[in-house]
Design a protein around this ligand. Structure first.
Ligand code: IDP
Ligand code: MG
Length: 136
């Protein structure tokens, strides 16, 4: 049985700023993810607030939205069997300090806020997040 899924991945400003986007895309490809769509954009803070609405009550919300809108990002639709969970595993823990060896956040993350990548946390949220960036 195959369980082909799509998930939304974002290469965050800290990684794009260090020109790590090609390298990170190669990692996704080498792990079997197909990059079905991608675009490099810079979003407005108001759009970041919409994207991260689930975190609006958190103390770090304002900094988070300022950060995501602070520079170019690469938004991608990744496709693979079990893409959502496999991407979360490949990304590693939210705080790079806690991320396992071999994960993207372990390798490139600078801090809990500058943790280089975003990935959808469920199939349902993946659909919402993909629409957010790619619905035209
Ligand atoms: P995730 O990106 O691993 O799914 P979430 O809990 O959904 O983690 O948080 C979204 C983003 O908010 C994280 O990637 C990180 O950049 C930031 N963040 C999460 N917790 C904190 C915190 O305690 N301080 C500062 N930033 C945080
Ligand atoms: Mg999350």
């Amino acid at each position: 049985m195959n369980n082909l899924e799509e998930t939304l991945s974002i290469i965050k400003p800290d990684a794009v700023e260090r020109n790590l986007d090609s390298e990170i895309k190669e990692i996704f490809k080498s792990k079997g993810f197909l990059i079905k769509k991608e675009k490099k954009i810079q979003i407005e803070k108001s759009e970041a607030e919409k994207f991260y609405k689930v975190h609006e009550t958190k103390a770090f919300f304002d900094d988070l939205c300022t950060y995501l809108s602070s520079g170019p990002i690469v938004a991608m639709v990744l496709e693979k069997e079990n893409a959502v969970l496999d991407n979360r595993e490949l990304m590693g823990a939210t705080n790079p300090k806690d991320a396992a060896e071999g994960t993207i956040r372990k390798k490139y993350g600078i801090s809990i806020d500058k943790n280089s990548v975003h990935g959808s946390d469920s199939v349902e949220n993946a659909k919402i997040e993909i629409d957010f960036f790619f619905k035209d």
